[in-house]
Design a protein around this ligand. Structure first.
Ligand SMILES: [Zn+2]
Length: 219
C-alpha cells in the first residue's frame, strides 16, 4: 500500500520536475517519449520448448540495452518501473494466477541490493491486479555469466539451479518475469522447478531478448 502511494506521489512529482532520461539525458522523464518510441519491438518468435507462452517487449539493442544497463549496473530501480510501465502499456495482461520473478542467487542479490526482476514483477502485478509470489522460487546454485555459452551449454549450465522452497505450493498457473533473456534456458529451468511441485502452466514475460531474429546474440 505504501509502495503504491509512493509511486503515485512520484508520478505527480515527475510531472512537475521531469527527471533526466536514462537514454538521451533530456529532462523528459526517466525514459522520455521520443526514446520510448524508438524502442524496437521484439518480433513474433516461437515459444521456447518448456514454456507455455512467452511475451517479450523489445529487442535488446541500443536504447533498451542502455536503459537496462542503468537499471542493473547503476542501481536505478526506478528505471525498472518506467520499463515495466512501457511494457504494460503495450501488452494486455497475460493469463496467470501470480507473477513470479526469476530469483537471483543470494550472493548476487547482496552485491546488487535488489532483484531487478522482482521490481519489474511488483510493478507489473500492480498494473495487472495480480499477486506476486517472490518467496518460493530460489536460485540454489550460482550459474555465472552465460554470455559465452551456446544454447545447449546454457541449458545444462542452469538445469537444476532452481528449486521451490516455500511450504505453500506454487500456483497452478504462473507468469514468470525476467528482464533480459537470450535462449530462454533460465526461464525453462525455473519452469521445470515449478512443474516439479505442481504448477501446470508456465508463461513468461520479459523486457527484452538478446537473441536477434536471425540468431545473432546481442550482448
Ligand atoms: Zn530520451
Amino acid at each position: 500500500m505504501l509502495t503504491q502511494l509512493t509511486w503515485q506521489l512520484e508520478a505527480i512529482f515527475g510531472l512537475i520536475f521531469p527527471e533526466q532520461c536514462v537514454i538521451c539525458g533530456w529532462a523528459g522523464g526517466l525514459i522520455c517519449k521520443p526514446c520510448r518510441s524508438r524502442l524496437e519491438p521484439y518480433p513474433l518468435a516461437p515459444t521456447p520448448v518448456g514454456l507455455d507462452a512467452m511475451s517479450v517487449a523489445w529487442l535488446y539493442d541500443r536504447e533498451v540495452r542502455h536503459a537496462i544497463h542503468a537499471l542493473k549496473y547503476q542501481r536505478q530501480q526506478r528505471v525498472a518501473l518506467a520499463l515495466a510501465d512501457a511494457l504494460a502499456d503495450g501488452l494486455t495482461a497475460p493469463p496467470g494466477e501470480a507473477l513470479i520473478p526469476v530469483p537471483l542467487h543470494p550472493r548476487r542479490l547482496a552485491e546488487r541490493g535488489f532483484n531487478q526482476a522482482e521490481v519489474l514483477a511488483r510493478r507489473l502485478a500492480w498494473r495487472w491486479h495480480l499477486p506476486v509470489r517472490a518467496e518460493g522460487l530460489v536460485r540454489a546454485r550460482e550459474t555465472g555469466h552465460q554470455a559465452q555459452l551456446g544454447q545447449k551449454e546454457r541449458q545444462s549450465n542452469v538445469a537444476g539451479a532452481f528449486v521451490w522452497q516455500a511450504p505453500r505450493p506454487p500456483p497452478a498457473r504462473v507468469l514468470l518475469v525476467d528482464d533480459v533473456l537470450t535462449t530462454g534456458a533460465t526461464l525453462i529451468a525455473c519452469a521445470n522447478a515449478l512443474r516439479a511441485v505442481g504448477t501446470r502452466e508456465v508463461r513468461a514475460v520479459a523486457l527484452a531478448r538478446s537473441l536477434a531474429p536471425q540468431g545473432r546474440v546481442l550482448q
